[in-house]
Ligand binder design. Structure first.
Ligand code: PHE
Length: 455
């Protein structure tokens, strides 16, 4: 049965299904893997503060804009812009989104593959009896090897494709609504252990005490990229998801709830990591992309029942990664099926195989291909930077300009109020943010970062 989304497109069914699916997209490796290491490299507290302001002032408005576009048009990212703005250049935002989706899928599956390997290590008691140096060495050996990381990456992409193939309702909704509360519980447990380790207090100081001397244009761009990546915004993942939302969904509340949940999980990940990191004598900027894989096993070894906790943690992290990666893959699959009339089966196959191909280069960035660098960054870091810090914010900029300046006001109001069902309480703040604050702020951050506008 159709759920008010019109036609015979698949749709989400329950209210919890909608929030859970959008939150499932947002909450993933971005919060638990990426957030801590970017905070570590960016100097801690001041970065956190900038990041939080970006989520509030730019992230939530972009997310709500994506919801408005998606539910209005009920089409894939590219088709949505063509539907609302026919015979214009706006659909180019959709093209950018599809490119970003590919790139992100490629490097995301690398890290998700590492997570699967750590599920295996946890099961086989692989951390037992090892000290900090050995745990780090073990990770680095794995990271620089060829076969194992590629194997796990392929498994992860296959799993993602399998869920995508089972369709929206049965697939996404089912998988995303059950397990996230458990992840929250485990993160709280890990945080408590982390802050009670000897010498851990400095870690909290690092995370929460702002040192504004550490902020420069690069760090600010990094905070913008992290906010966008973590919220899944700027490339149409949430346009695609909201195209399946029923008419009764309250878009503003959903955007707010999802963003708050996302931020809470990221901060908890920070509390689980930094105190533990200081406790084992590692410097915050030392971890790089391997940070959580090097630090967390030390925590598991010092917690009662650590064997089981580590198994549960890495399984749940892998599932959180899956509920995000399906939202990324769905962008491309919905595009191919709706715009080119390709069967869902083939669209998924083509997407998965191409992502695996690009992903191979990401995964080998520390090993076989470590010699290939661009401006000092390896392939993985280059693609991550290009997608997170450039494509997503640029996409977000265009999306808010589209909703703020191009779309009919009455359409925006109808979507926000569900055709007059609710009062438009935040409408004027939202409109002001998307017309002025967000575009200007994103533009300044960009110009600043490329050094045109030095303040
Ligand atoms: N937000 C996801 C995470 O934090 C990643 C993601 C980025 C998903 C962009 C969709 C679009 O892991």
């Amino acid at each position: 049965m159709s759920t008010g989304t019109g036609g015979n497109r698949d749709g989400f069914t329950s209210k919890f299904g909608i929030v859970a699916a959008a939150a499932g997209s947002a909450i993933g490796l971005g919060n638990i893997w990426r957030f801590p290491y970017v905070v570590g490299e960016s100097g801690g507290g001041a970065f956190l503060l900038v990041y939080l302001s970006f989520v509030l002032l730019l992230g939530i408005p972009v997310m709500l804009s994506e919801f408005i576009i998606g539910r209005k048009a009920k089409r894939n990212t590219f088709g949505a812009f063509r539907e609302i703005a026919p015979k214009t250049w706006w659909p180019i935002i959709g093209v950018m989104g599809i490119v970003a989706a590919f790139v992100i899928l490629a490097f995301y599956s690398t890290i998700a593959g590492w997570t699967l390997h750590y599920v295996y290590l946890s099961f086989s008691n692989g951390f037992q009896g090892r000290d900090t140096a050995e745990l780090t060495h073990m990770f680095e050996l794995f990271q620089t090897s060829t076969f194992l990381p590629l194997f796990w990456q392929l498994i992860f992409i296959t799993l993602t494709a399998a869920i995508i193939l089972s369709g929206v309702k049965k697939g996404i909704e089912k998988y995303s609504k059950i397990l996230m509360p458990f992840l929250l519980l485990l993160l709280i447990t890990l945080s408590i252990r982390s802050v009670t380790l000897p010498g851990s207090f400095e870690g909290l100081v690092f995370l929460f005490k702002p040192d504004f001397g550490k902020l420069d244009s690069g760090v600010i761009l990094g905070a913008l990229g992290q906010a966008f990546f973590s919220l899944s915004i700027g490339m149409g993942a949430l346009i695609t998801y909201s195209s399946y939302f029923p008419d009764r969904t309250n878009l503003s509340n959903t955007a707010f709830e999802v963003s708050v949940a996302d931020v809470i999980i990221a901060i908890l990940a920070g509390i689980a990591i930094f105190p533990a990191m200081f406790s084992i004598g590692m410097l915050p900027e030392q971890g790089g992309a391997g940070l959580i894989f090097m630090v967390l096993p030390n925590v598991f070894l010092q917690i009662p029942g650590g064997y089981f906790i580590s198994i549960a943690f890495f399984i749940l992290l892998a599932i959180a990664a899956l509920t995000s990666s399906i939202s990324i893959m769905e962008v491309v699959v919905a595009f191919l099926t709706e715009e080119f009339n390709i069967k869902r089966k083939y669209a998924t196959l083509v997407t998965a195989v191409s992502a695996a191909f690009v992903g191979l280069f990401c995964t080998l960035s520390w090993g076989a291909f470590k010699g290939i660098t661009i401006g000092g960054k390896n392939i993985f870091d280059t693609l991550d930077f290009a997608a997170s810090n450039i494509l997503l914010p640029l996409g977000g900029l265009l999306i808010v300009v589209f909703v703020g300046w191009y779309m009919r006001n009455s359409d925006v109001k109808d979507e926000m109020s569900n055709n007059g069902l609710f009062k438009l309480r935040i409408y004027f703040i939202f409109r002001f943010l998307i017309r002025f604050i967000a575009p200007v702020a994103i533009a300044i951050i960009f110009l600043n970062a490329i050094g045109i506008l030095r303040t």
